[in-house]
Design a protein around this ligand. Structure first.
Ligand SMILES: *Cc1c(COP(=O)(O)O)cnc(C)c1O
Length: 400
């Protein structure tokens, strides 16, 4: 899964280019930077690689989501429909623009269940935000159809699915806007960073200003820039962009390794008749950062997790159902509205409602799911050994 596994001379070279001039900021200092513009170069490379018309780098994936929402005009009073299984950043971004997160069930795609989205639409719904979790995609045809019918914004959180595709198009470029994260454990990393991709010039120009205190970047220098609207500082640094530039050039290599390793491990796990696999709407577009698999019951899954733990082979396997970061069940701080600053009344009411909302359909999926992260460094022999140990642990747990 993570690009940090193949960090090397290429990344060092790009960072050194920046260190040579000492101009660590992405804007201005035109003379002293001696033609080194890593952020601009990376944005161009992102547009070329993913087929997006525009790309705006940010300081993180969370900042990218916040920026996208602001640029799309999502704010106080607006509801954003999002999945019960995601990373906490998804609801953090919704809350940060003053909007209301509406959490709905996931299905065996591990992403938004289209019928659950349909049932959650109200007069206040402004946006549907699928999260392409664990390397693979939501049912985008169905979600796009719902958005078109109800005149809603489709914002793709593709932070975990860099390089995945759906019907030939790159994830993150299909909705009105899409985001990637380049944090340390993502498919390609900048250490910290993110991007908003969009085909709308209007949305892009807003993202460009919003991430830099509202600067319009049209002045002869920063001091002469105008501020057509209020922004923040969500800028990426040149050092971070430099790392990203080396990493994006390796993306095809990462994806090829992930797909090969994923296929080998899946073949081994498939020998167990009780194991089934995540539903992937477009199998050929899976970026294969994880292999996500199901057991028949919650009880069996817990037994397998316990057996893998006992055998010391649990690291790299994630039981999200009991995990503090990724699933509604353990988001106590969210459900209790434990925030440092006061939220607006509609936000608070919506969060308190999560305490009693029925997520049994999500539970039925997530309580049976284990995701195994795919390493870029595994050898074929290691995958064989790993897979065989997993199969033995699964079979032992299922027998007892
Ligand atoms: C990593 C991630 C983010 C946010 O990324 P950061 O760069 O860590 O802020 C958002 N959504 C999902 C689904 C993620 O996995």
């Amino acid at each position: 899964m993570p690009g940090f596994e193949l960090f090397g001379d290429e990344e060092r070279k790009e960072v050194n280019d920046v260190l040579e001039t000492g101009i660590l900021m992405r804007y201005g200092f035109d003379g002293p930077r001696k033609g080194i513009w890593k952020s601009i170069e990376l944005e161009k490379e992102i547009c070329n690689t993913f087929g997006s018309k525009y790309a705006q780098l940010t300081s993180s994936g969370t900042a990218a989501l916040t920026t996208a929402m602001a640029a799309l005009g999502i704010g106080v009073g607006d509801e954003v429909i999002m999945p019960s299984f995601t990373f906490v950043a998804s609801f953090e971004a919704v809350l940060s623009v003053g909007a209301i997160p509406v959490l709905v069930d996931v299905d065996e795609t591990l992403t938004l269940a289209p019928h659950a989205v349909l049932n959650a639409i109200t007069r206040k719904t402004k946006c549907v935000m699928p999260v392409h979790m664990c390397g693979s995609m939501a049912d985008l045809d169905a979600l796009k159809h719902i958005c078109d019918e109800h005149n809603l914004i489709l914002l793709e959180d593709a932070c975990q699915s860099i390089g995945g595709t759906y019907n030939g198009k790159k994830l993150g470029t299909i909705g009105h806007a899409g985001t990637f994260s380049f944090d340390f454990v993502k498919t390609i990393t900048c250490a910290e960073g993110g991007v908003v991709m969009t085909n709308s010039e209007d949305v892009y120009v807003k993202c460009d200003g919003y991430t830099d205190h509202g600067h319009d970047h049209k002045g002869v220098d920063r001091g002469a820039d105008l501020h057509p609207f209020v922004g923040y500082n969500f800028r990426i640094s040149e050092l971070h962009a430099a790392v990203g530039l080396a990493q994006i050039r390796k993306l095809d290599t990462f994806l090829a390794i992930q797909r090969k390793n994923h296929a080998q491990l899946k073949n081994i796990l498939a020998q167990v008749p009780e194991v089934s696999f995540r539903v992937v709407p477009d199998e050929s577009g899976d970026s294969c950062t994880f292999i996500s698999w199901f057991l028949p019951t919650e009880e069996a899954t817990k037994a397998v997790v316990a057996e893998m733990k006992a055998q010391g082979i649990l690291p790299g396997n994630f039981y999200w159902y009991a995990n503090n970061w990724h699933y509604i069940r353990q988001w106590q701080h969210l459900k209790d509205v434990t925030t440092l600053n006061n939220l607006n009344d509609e936000q608070k009411a919506a969060l308190l409602q999560l305490q009693t909302q029925d997520f049994s359909a999500s539970d039925a999926v997530m309580s049976r799911c284990i995701s195994t992260s795919i390493s870029l460094l595994w050898t074929e022999a290691q995958i064989k050994e790993k897979g065989e140990k997993m199969v033995a642990a699964i079979e032992k747990a299922l027998q007892s």
